[in-house]
Design a protein around this ligand. Sequence first.
Ligand SMILES: *[C@@H]1O[C@H](CO)[C@@H](O)[C@H](O)[C@H]1NC(C)=O
Length: 479
Amino acid sequence: MAKTYLGALNSLLIQAIGLMFMLYYWFLTIINGQFFKKPTAEYKSELALARDHFWNLSKQPFDLHHRFLTLRDGFKFHYVTNAIPDPQTPASKPLVIFVHGFPDSWVVWRYVMGSIWLRETSNLVAVDLPGYGGSDLLKRYSATEVHEKMTEFIISLRELYGIDNPERTGAQQRVIIVAHDWGCVISMRLAADAPQLADRFVLTNGPLISLVQSNIKRLISSSVKMLKLFSHSPLQSRSMVKKALHTMNPVIRQAVASGYVFALQLALPIVRLQGSGGDTALLRAIHKMAHGVNSIPSAKEIAEGVAGCLGPSLRQENTETSDSERYSKDVVKQSYGEKYVSMTNYYRQGTSTGRWKKSLETITGLYSLSDGGEIRRKSSHSGVFDEGPEGSLKAKATIVWGMEDVALNPHLNLDGIADYLSRDSQVVTLPRAGHHTPVEKESRLALQKVVEWAVAGEEGDVGSVAKAVYPGAVVTVTA
Ligand SMILES: *[C@@H]1O[C@H](CO)[C@@H](O)[C@H](O)[C@H]1NC(C)=O
């Protein structure tokens, strides 16, 4: 009984906090004028152009091809690629898979994928996560559903692009997964529980959930200890209150910055409104900031960012890829309010915290990837004692972190991360970059160079590679 009350209280509290934060975020969009400022005519025409340019399946935005990949159960992933795979004679090149975050799509990678060197040397694929962009919707966005779908997608891509062909060697067999924001949350789980999928993960400004949780617990418990000390002898330990507050500072900051997560727990009609209200004021505000604090994006750049989030609409319903594939009906007929609900279901349905119950197909698929003995060899040096804490990444990872990210506190996200990384992993920090590292002018080049370094076989120090294009970039952690 008490438990039910507590549960109800808890969910009420979440609703209340959510409402508060939502009001706060709307307040912010209102004071920066976004909410009532009618979008300009220029913006509107740029938006219509960008939506057709990015989502009309017979077009080739940035010289990329639209494709679909259908899984065993009929679920359809939409992705763009520089190279249409030819199953008969796949080009012997490494495969780079890009995974976007919330509330984006493949479009967030438009700059990094522009690298001429990457296009010549690699097969590039930028996917839309389930419920995002042009990919199908899921009934539930549970940890199992999402990670099963992503794993099957990646294993199928490896086949399609011939990665595991026996006559291939070395660099031709490399697979690199590049992820941002929520894409990191999912990719980090893959790196922990399905490390065979890729040779390296390049992860930028997205949280390692188990590390963040452990950091929050640690900071709270040490401030509680300080406060206890204070309550026993208030006079002698006055400074403890100040210390406790200081210790809690990153937690409080993160709580304020993640207010939107609470806002997303709200009743669905409110969430819908949040996504689409004020002529998608929230999206316009996000993309006004996405180019960094010192950059004022043009109407075109903002429109492109928003078009990427909106995905295809009924206008693109009858467009077709070169192999006559179309978007699923459910995807194009959704209003943006509905789509926003799908995208935010990741927050509500436990994608990041739930258990991933692997299917037999997944287990077999992963096992066949490690057949070459590569994984066994990689992990043979690590015994029971250096497996690391729960959620540790078992594949090589390079974390590229914009330190001015207002959405993700660097202390909570990076302190103690070395314990969670496997051998040959690094953290590269970018001192001036914010959350949108794949979009900001300076950081997207650093990110591109790190990906190129990974494709080229990881020669030399990744820190110098980043620093060459981004003064001040440093490797802060190596494992
Ligand atoms: C999609 O693009 C093709 C090729 O540019 C064009 O002919 C067609 O009219 C476009 N379709 C829509 C619905 O905009």
